[in-house]
Write a protein that binds this ligand. Structure first.
Ligand SMILES: Cc1cc2nc3c(=O)[nH]c(=O)nc-3n(C[C@H](O)[C@H](O)[C@H](O)COP(=O)(O)OP(=O)(O)OC[C@H]3O[C@@H](n4cnc5c(N)ncnc54)[C@H](O)[C@@H]3O)c2cc1C
Length: 511
């Protein structure tokens, strides 16, 4: 597909906008320059944050434009463009890619869809012309996974909204110029309403400053500052974002769209892990032969490569979903599968590279050790994978109840997200699923279902012309994984931890 031909340039003259291929080539050459600049690399290795001159050079290539609508001078907010920019960045630095992902998926795109018309041009202008960055604050110290019960409150007073609360772990803490803040309305007797509201906060304005109470010593992603924020801001009415129905639905739409950006961050990262692994194994001799020739090493490398193919298929699937749907509120299964599978593949490939590189990888300056620490939180933020896998199972079981079809093979055959993959898996799924199943089994089933859906996406990518040998390898890898996950799922295990376990639990006392 020629990316330069698919932008529907309705509101702008086509000559105003660089063809996407040229934009991406320029972005890539800028990245090669800045990540080969030894001064910057030296600073990145030794310090937290990003060297200001390096950030300035990166922002000159205008990565924010892919998150901004055409009529405000951006490139239109197309997912495939966002994914390509994120992948280019994550090949060099996962932290940079996450920074750009936060900026576009968690700030610019929600503003483009839900902010009031009169605030948009001033905000977008600062991103296009002054290198502004934005982020999103949802998480609170007592409310992470159960964000809907957040305590940050707001009241409407004298023509503005007064927000108060504590938020932590928001990417770009103390660094972003703009935030989307989330809060619940407090009624006259002090109780918080159930719905969530979203507000734009411009920290350059006097009443909108956010105090960073503590800077966190985050384990990885050194380029991105995290911390605990004290919120006590007064925002004009214009800054309140406008949901189409409810704030909770707006949050679902926003988070589902954001989860579809994960494979962009994953793709460049996994490609880097693959390239590093192949180069290392070809060059390293162990026991008189190249590491590359050992069978177990080939198994690892081919899994890396299959992860690259699967992640490519997830990018493609997400792009199809957003091209066909403006509202992603109900696309929970697709978004949760795409996010959780990407995060698992990122963590697996970095751990595997670390293993292949041996002791050399166990240095802070080595790409593999850092990659494994940097990619780990992708399994935690924007929906912990354990919770997302549970939700995937629950959603599928609900559909099964609705269709009264409890045989997984029969169900998958007629379900749009699995109907192609099931041809490869018939012998594995010809059994009835128990709908009253403990949570641990829901998580296991969710991981299985997500790999079946990923398999369907890989088949689609193959049908579009992606190279056959890599598609076939990825399908074999997924079938292998599904087979072993199913054997875990079918093994009944309800053991519970013995919390008070010190008595009679010392081997030494028996000697
Ligand atoms: C690097 C990083 C970047 C982040 N970026 C942002 C950001 O930009 N903006 C923002 O608002 N937040 C951000 N977060 C916060 C992140 O979204 C939360 O950490 C996440 O939602 C989990 O919340 P928590 O840490 O309070 O963990 P908890 O809610 O305490 O959950 C911890 C673990 O408990 C288990 N668990 C929880 N609930 C259940 C359940 N119902 N069933 C089974 N198991 C369960 C899961 O294993 C889960 O991982 C970031 C976090 C990190 C680490």
């Amino acid at each position: 597909m020629n990316l330069s031909t698919i932008n529907p340039l309705k509101d702008k003259d086509i000559n105003d906008i660089k063809p996407f291929n040229t934009f991406l080539d320029d972005f890539n050459s800028m990245l090669k320059n800045v990540f080969n600049n030894t001064d910057y690399i030296e600073q990145l290795n030794n310090k937290r944050g990003i060297p200001p001159l390096m950030l300035e050079e990166i922002m000159k290539a205008n990565p924010s434009s892919v998150g901004i609508p055409l009529e405000y001078g951006g490139r239109g907010g197309y997912l495939h463009e966002n994914l390509a920019v994120l992948a280019a960045a994550s090949y060099e630095s996962l932290a940079l890619s996450l920074t750009l992902g936060i900026n576009s998926a968690l700030f610019l795109q929600p503003v483009s869809k839900y902010a009031q018309k009169d605030i948009k041009s001033s905000v977008f202008n600062r991103f296009l012309n002054e290198n502004a960055l934005g982020g999103l604050m949802i998480t609170e110290p007592d409310h992470g996974s159960d964000a809907l019960n957040m305590n940050t409150s707001f009241v409407k007073k004298d023509g503005h909204f007064h927000l108060q609360g504590t938020k932590h772990w928001a990417g770009l803490t103390g660094f972003a110029n703009y935030w989307i803040l989330t809060a619940r309305q407090q009624n006259t007797d002090g109780k918080l309403l159930r719905d969530i509201d979203f507000f734009i906060c411009d920290v350059s304005k006097p009443d909108q400053k956010i105090i960073v109470e503590e800077e966190f010593d985050n384990l990885g992603l050194y380029m991105i500052p995290y911390g605990r924020n004290h919120i006590d801001v007064r925002l004009p009415e214009l800054n309140r974002m406008q949901p189409q129905t409810s704030g909770v639905k707006m949050m679902l739409d926003l988070l589902h769209r954001s989860r579809l950006h994960f494979p962009g961050m994953g793709l460049g990262f996994i490609k880097r892990m693959l390239d590093e692994a192949i180069a290392h194994c070809q060059n390293r001799n162990v026991g008189g032969q190249s590491l590359f020739n050992y069978d177990q090493v080939q198994q690892r490398l081919s899994r890396h490569q299959s992860a690259f193919t699967v992640c490519s298929a997830l990018c493609d699937a997400g792009s199809d979903i957003t091209a066909a749907n403006d509202d992603l509120t109900t696309h929970n299964i697709e978004a949760n599968v795409i996010k959780s599978v990407t995060a698992d593949l990122m963590q697996e490939t970095s751990q595997s590279l670390l293993q292949l590189m041996g002791a050399k990888a166990y240095r802070l300056s080595n790409v593999a050790g850092k990659a494994s620490v940097d990619s780990r939180p992708f399994q935690i933020f924007e929906g912990s994978n354990d919770i997302l896998y549970t939700q995937i199972s629950q959603a599928i079981l609900k559909l099964m109840k609705h269709t009264k079809e409890f045989n997984l093979y029969e169900f998958f055959k007629s379900y749009s997200l699995t109907s192609q993959a099931i041809d490869h898996l018939k012998d594995l799924f010809n059994f009835e699923v128990n709908v009253h199943t403990p949570q641990r089994k829901l998580v296991e089933l969710g991981t299985v279902i997500s790999r079946v859906i990923a398999m369907d996406y890989v088949i689609n990518l193959g049908d579009k012309g992606f190279r056959d040998d890599m598609i076939s390898n990825a399908l074999t890898m997924l079938k292998h994984e599904i087979t072993s996950m199913l054997s875990t799922y079918s093994y009944d295990n309800t053991i519970k931890v013995v919390a008070d376990y010190n008595e009679n639990a010392s081997w030494l006392s028996f000697r």
